[in-house]
Design a binder for this molecule. Structure first.
Ligand code: 6GU
Length: 234
């Protein structure tokens, strides 16, 4: 997959792209990326990229011409363009799965009060929100979406790791323990030391259901509904 990110602050993204699993995926040729600095596309001697909103109001809006020039420089028309914004539809694992099947994705990082609506109307395919809170930096939101998406690409992470995790089947994960078996007076649940794999699997499932009921009753309801539908088809 090729990832292109249009941003006034490429340095926010560059460290991430050179670290850990992402760096490995790039070295393996699974991911290519291009960080496009918006600043040189700005207008006038100062390469201005923002302006106050028509109609008044606080803050600044990213101007259309620099964004259009940056988008055109990477031939974004015809590519899937994602604009992370708190006004978007809620991003989730299903959307991450869908985006992971694309050959190429383009991200626009907003700042301030957002970007000119005509850029959204002309270029943007998906406006996505990462949650019900406000971030000052579209770069951080883009990174969240990129992280959720690229790890689903074949051979970036083992298929086994992906199967076991939260949201793969709609339940939260079970608690994990590692050595030592006794830590600060707290011991690991006996069942995990028993070697009885059927009992361990059963205990883990019970933990997942209990956690999901406690923390995300909305997810538990959806889980039982989809299970019921599956049995209904049998
Ligand atoms: Cl996608 N961007 C920003 N700036 N804030 C957010 C968001 C996105 N999603 C939730 N809050």
């Amino acid at each position: 997959m090729k990832l292109s990110v249009i941003t006034l602050f490429p340095e926010i993204l560059s460290g991430y792209m050179q670290t850990s699993i992402m760096a490995r995926a790039i070295a393996a040729g699974r991911i290519r990326y291009d960080l496009i600095n918006l600043r040189p596309f700005g207008t006038g001697r100062h390469r201005t990229c923002d302006d106050p909103p028509f109609g008044g109001g606080a803050g600044m809006v990213l101007k259309p011409e620099p964004l259009a020039a940056a988008l055109d420089s990477i031939k974004a028309s015809g590519k899937r363009v994602v604009y992370p914004t708190p006004s978007g539809r809620p991003f989730n694992q299903q959307i991450a799965q869908e985006l992971s099947r694309e050959q190429e994705l383009v991200f626009i990082c907003g700042r301030y009060e957002g970007i000119d609506q005509r850029i959204i109307d002309t270029y943007v395919d998906d406006e996505l929100s990462i949650g019900d809170y406000v971030l000052s930096s579209g770069e951080v939101a883009s990174l969240v979406i990129i992280d959720a998406v690229y790890r689903l690409i074949d051979e970036v992470i083992s298929a086994e790791s992906l199967e076991e995790e939260s949201f793969a089947d709609g339940l939260l994960e079970y608690p994990q323990y590692t050595r030592p078996a006794e830590y600060n007076g707290h011991s690991v649940p006996d069942v995990l030391l028993s070697g009885n794999h059927a009992r361990i699997a059963d205990w883990r499932h019970q933990q997942r259901v209990a956690r999901t009921r406690d923390r995300r009753p909305d997810l538990l309801a959806a889980y039982y509904q989809s299970k019921g539908e599956q049995h209904g088809r049998d």
